[in-house]
Design a protein around this ligand. Structure first.
Ligand code: 3PG
Length: 306
């Protein structure tokens, strides 16, 4: 059996070593395709792969067509919007993710972005503190929960909205559950986004919603760029010079944001929320174990294309 690790944004070496150990201990062969850039290289590499570990790498119908021996794809991470699930099902390929394995890393970066914003991008002028500010966590999944845990250490007043998470689950963490996204945005000084990119959430962070934020509002996005209605956010930030936007996922309109909103907009050059040795190792080894469990015992825990 051949397991391909296809990561345009490579894992830390320690994670690759750990993945190799798991795969070879199972008697399988590991192939590594990193920083491939060109899709043609991916199409070539998948030809004889029985299993693939990916990150944000795109697995579409063309890749699945080329991967004639493929049985399973594991997205080492949480969001699987980069995999065409219907095409995978049609090709009889199992798709899994590794929920929770990289969530602390993403949550820590959200605070890195928050501190940078409230300290005026470290330009030397007097900023503000996070202590005592109202933090809104938009979606209370694995990352949202880690954000809540860290926010307690900062002394923030914590709120959350999650349409799919019972109020009691949120409140047992000492977090105030609000009834709607609108209430979250109108209540909180800082909103941290942790929603997946789905048909329902794409473009949902729009003018009307963000405009509910109080004066000086800060929006932090370590989720997905697709959930932002970029044209409407640009219009709103033009009208409201008090708003700040910090993101780990560069918008399509990055140049416009950077040119118009210097000092209150920042994007990392490459999505790096999950770029820690710990997160790479946790997610990568979990992916390798899930592949071995699937190929040897038919275990489908964490399958997402049911
Ligand atoms: C995820 O969905 O797990 C995160 O967005 C991390 O993505 P990455 O593996 O591409 O860094």
């Amino acid at each position: 059996m051949k397991v391909l690790v296809a990561t345009d944004k490579p894992f830390a070496k320690v994670a690759v070593d750990g993945i190799r150990k798991e795969i070879e201990a199972a008697g399988y062969e590991l192939a590594l395709l990193e920083k491939y850039g060109d899709k043609a290289k991916l199409l070539e590499a998948v030809k004889d792969a029985n299993a693939i570990i990916i990150r944000s790498d795109i697995i579409d119908a063309e890749v699945l067509d080329a991967a004639k021996e493929l049985k399973i794809v594991v997205r080492a991470g949480a969001g699987y919007d980069n995999v065409d699930l219907a095409a995978a099902t049609a090709h009889n390929v199992c798709v899994m993710n590794t929920p929770g394995q990289n969530s602390n890393a993403v949550a820590e970066l959200a605070f890195g972005l928050m501190v940078m914003a409230v300290r005026n991008m470290y330009n030397g002028t007097s900023g503000t503190e996070l202590m005592g500010k109202k933090l809104g966590i938009h979606a209370y999944g694995n990352v949202g929960r880690n954000v809540a845990r860290i926010a307690k250490g900062f002394g923030m007043d914590i709120y959350a909205f999650d349409a799919f998470c019972p109020k009691e689950v949120i409140e047992k963490d000492g977090v105030k559950a609000v009834a709607s996204a609108e209430e979250l945005y109108s209540t909180c000084d800082v909103v941290s986004l942790h929603i997946p990119a789905t048909a329902e959430t794409k473009n949902s962070i729009n003018y009307a919603l963000v405009n509910k934020m109080p004066k000086g509002g800060l929006l932090v996005n370590t989720a997905r760029k697709e959930v932002i209605n970029e044209a409407e956010l640009i219009q709103l930030m033009e009208e409201r010079p008090d708003l700040k936007y910090m993101t780990d996922i560069m918008p399509a309109a990055n140049e416009t944001f950077a040119a118009k909103f210097a000092g209150r907009y920042f994007s990392t050059p490459k999505k790096m929320g999950a770029q820690t040795a710990e997160a790479n190792t946790n997610a990568g080894i979990a992916a390798a174990k899930q592949i071995v469990g699937f190929l040897k015992d038919g275990c489908e825990k964490f399958r997402v294309n049911k």
